[in-house]
Design a binder for this molecule. Structure first.
Ligand code: NAD
Length: 499
């Protein structure tokens, strides 16, 4: 059985805990590897070593750190297929989707090449007579990233790029369900010139997370995962005075106005609802058609599109629409929630419960499901299902539709489909949700903007990537300086490179 370990001080480190977690091939249901789960002592040792390595890295000039990122970009592109293959085999998503996962992380590393510009401080000349005032952005020291299973390349890259480019050392604790890609990324960073110890990848479960939270050395935690854990981490990180940004679950609504292009809306819903088997925090899981006629037309267009979705392993070719879900437990949970939908009176118009794939009977595949006439009191409406299940809630008016999305406890993403600029503008302005699409179903902001949900989808005050990430991973020091008058000669007049 293949064993997956940690990455500490620039080399693979075999854990000593004797505790392992199974890593599945979700398409076949087989355990393909075992990943070590670190002890608190191992985590603490990696943190101490990272703190030593950070001193030199933090003092390295930003342009040199940016050059490591530049080379990292080249190496990720070189190994794109290798990374995507490893990702698909542990996560289950299709090969093109796995490449997208790597690509959306890579774009944040490209953004981080601009670190020297992003780290520039502010300066006021002559704030008082003979007094200058300036502020600088300095790294925090050692920071941590704790990431979920559903984007095993993108989200670790969102964490490590800005943290390292800003001069920090990072402890990355990736999901134990698909740990290989983060380790491959750590190796590429070493090849790109990152000094040993500056990025430590520690595999583990709650024990390692708690050790991170209790560490007196770690200064900040960036978390992405489910809402209960996000809230737990946010609260516990605060107890030791850490900065925390914790992003949680979602229930993203798409409002379909009567004037929307129904074919476009149906295509968008199928891609956003069922892509990656619905295991995306920006997946659309609730369709809200406005008016009965809109709802009838939408359902009529959705059914044939959903029925012809091709579900299969990533090895079956690029025309597979989505793959298995991540574990057997995830599959069972999705099917349990589908049953509650039926029991609580929703209309199951596309039923994927009996889906089975010849030759992959033990794989974690879930057929696509479409519910109509879902109401806000039902469990399938309240809960994040994180599977290929789309719920339709019929709204009588635009006001009813926007209220639904606003009253939901999650606030990650949302979209409106309409041809009416006034409705779109009103929606974007009033909605209490962090990321909004206008005729765009999955409005994931690009690397140079920021990503973050509101309400129970995000705890903390700064978003991921973009300029916010550099604010999160640095602290501001402001200097007020007065120099007594003195000798004004002896300056350096030769033009030379910075050291
Ligand atoms: P998860 O919360 O189970 O795990 C996330 C991380 O927390 C993992 O590293 C895991 O090891 C750790 N963890 C799990 N249980 C823990 C515990 N009891 N104590 C401490 N740490 C624990 O999430 P997941 O299943 O890996 O990912 C799916 C979830 O992530 C979904 O809810 C999805 O919406 C969310 N997500 C959110 C965003 C976002 O930006 N808002 C992005 C991607 C995924």
């Amino acid at each position: 059985m293949k064993e997956i370990h940690h990455w500490v001080d620039g080399k693979e480190y075999k854990g000593t805990s004797g505790r392992f977690s199974d890593v599945y091939n979700p398409a076949t249901g087989e355990v393909q590897a075992k990943v070590s789960l670190a002890t608190k002592a191992e985590l603490d040792a990696a943190v101490e070593s990272a703190a030593r390595a950070q001193v030199k890295w933090g003092a390295t000039n930003p342009q040199r750190r940016a050059r490591v990122m530049m080379e990292f970009v080249r190496l990720i592109n070189r190994d794109m297929d290798k990374l995507a293959e490893a990702l698909s085999s542990e996560h289950g998503k299709t090969f093109p989707d796995a490449k997208g996962d790597v690509q959306r992380g890579l774009e944040v590393i490209e953004f981080c090449i601009g670190a020297p510009h992003l780290l520039k401080g502010e300066y006021t000349d002559n704030a008082g007579t003979g007094i200058d005032m300036y502020s600088m952005r300095q790294p925090l020291g050692v920071v941590a990233g704790i990431t979920p299973f559903n984007f095993p390349a993108m989200i670790p890259l969102w964490k490590m790029g800005p943290a390292l480019a800003a001069g920090n050392a990072m402890i990355l604790k990736p999901s134990e369900r698909d740990p290989s890609v983060p380790l491959m990324l750590a190796q590429l960073l070493q090849e790109a010139g990152l000094p040993d110890g500056v990025l430590q990848v520690i595999n583990g479960d709650k024990d390692s997370v708690d050790a991170i939270l209790d560490s007196e050395i770690i200064q900040a935690v960036g978390f992405v995962g489910s809402t209960p854990i996000a809230q737990y981490i946010y609260e516990r990180a605060a107890a030791t005075g850490k900065r925390a940004q914790c992003f949680g679950g979602a229930k993203n609504h798409m409002i379909i106005m009567p004037d929307a292009d129904m074919d476009q809306a149906a295509d968008a819903l199928v891609g956003a609802g069922f892509g990656a088997a619905g295991e995306r925090c920006m997946a659309i899981s609730v369709a809200v058609p406005v008016g009965e006629k809109t709802a009838d037309a939408l359902i009529e267009k959705l059914i044939p599109r959903i029925e012809k979705l091709k579900v299969g392993p990533y090895t079956a070719g690029d025309d597979v629409d989505y793959g298995p879900v991540v574990t057997k437990a995830a599959k069972e949970n999705i099917l349990r929630l589908v049953q509650t939908g039926i029991d609580q009176g929703a209309e199951l118009v596309v039923d994927g419960r009996d889906f089975s794939l010849q030759g992959y009977e033990e794989g974690f595949f879930v057929g696509p499901h479409l519910f109509d006439r879902v109401t806000p009191d039902m469990d399938i409406y309240k809960t994040e299902i994180f599977g290929p299940v789309l719920s339709t809630v019929r709204a009588g008016s635009y006001e009813e539709a926007i209220k639904l999305a606003m009253d939901h406890e999650y606030g990650n993403g949302t979209a409106i489909f309409t041809r009416d600029g006034d409705a779109a503008r009103d929606f974007a302005s009033r909605i209490n949700i962090g990321m909004v699409g206008v005729n765009v179903p999955i409005p994931v902001p690009l690397a140079y903007h920021t990503f973050g949900g509101w309400k129970k989808s995000g705890f903390g005050d700064l978003n991921q990537h973009g300029p916010d990430a550099f604010r999160f991973y640095t602290r501001t020091k402001t200097v007020t300086a007065r120099w007594p008058s003195g000798i004004k000669d002896g300056g350096e007049f030769n033009f030379k490179a910075m050291d």
